[in-house]
Design a protein around this ligand. Sequence first.
Ligand SMILES: [Zn+2]
Length: 292
Amino acid sequence: MTLAGRQPAPCPLCSAPGPTAFVRKGRFTVLACSACGLRYLDPQPAPDELETLYGEAYFARSRPGEPGYDRYLEEIDNIRRTFDDRLRFLPSQAAGSCLLDVGAAIGLFVERARRAGWNAEGVEPSQWAARYAHEVLGQPVRPTTLEAAQIAPQSVDVVTLWEVIEHLPDPRATLAAIRRVLRPGGLLVLSTPDAGSLVARALGKRWPGWGKIPEHLFFFDRRTLGTLLTEQGFVVKTMRYVSLVVSRGYLLDRVCGIAGIRPHARLSRAWLDRPVKVNPFYDLLIAARAPR
Ligand SMILES: [Zn+2]
């Protein structure tokens, strides 16, 4: 593949020029840095395109192949189960320990964390999602970015970033902002699809991660994300693949999508709706400690 007629952006992680084109979708190309291996979207969508992208359709109506979370609202109880499971990667909290969920979407992790005793709140730049969190689920999620939220420095014990860092226009700036709000020695826990995982490499261009264009702006792996965190002063404590809970129907659609076949039409709704816990072995969880 060539990049006709336009100079591609230099690597946002190491500034090396001359990336190679890796995957293309419409006017977007995923570039691979020849020096550090980071893969990133070029060009990045404009801010007003992102605002449109993350409206109601993104969470409520999207289907496989369209931008958005497939069936986010239909899978709401399974997302709750997934988040209950993720709570075990947080440290045991003292009474009133503060947790900030960045990119909180409709506030489901904030809800689960509060239920588990955390003093949790969220920030979410999608106006639609933040309003849903507040008005429908009664969760404290502010309709803003972390950078604009004016959170007191060193006031937060744990920051979580669930499947968010790959959506951020400037992940380095957001990690710097997280470091500022975390108390010394506080914990950042994040997850992101690992573009360098064995599964991603085995599936090649059929890996579902490459379908998330243009909403994923970065396609990290253990090395590139580790570099970025270390550069921002974080000490990586845990890196592991985590599971998620989905309905059988959701899983079946995903697997059939990868295999290029149609799901069996005669399976009952009751069977398809049953939850199942799966580890796709590319959902990377990282826990990293802020400088003391
Ligand atoms: Zn690079």
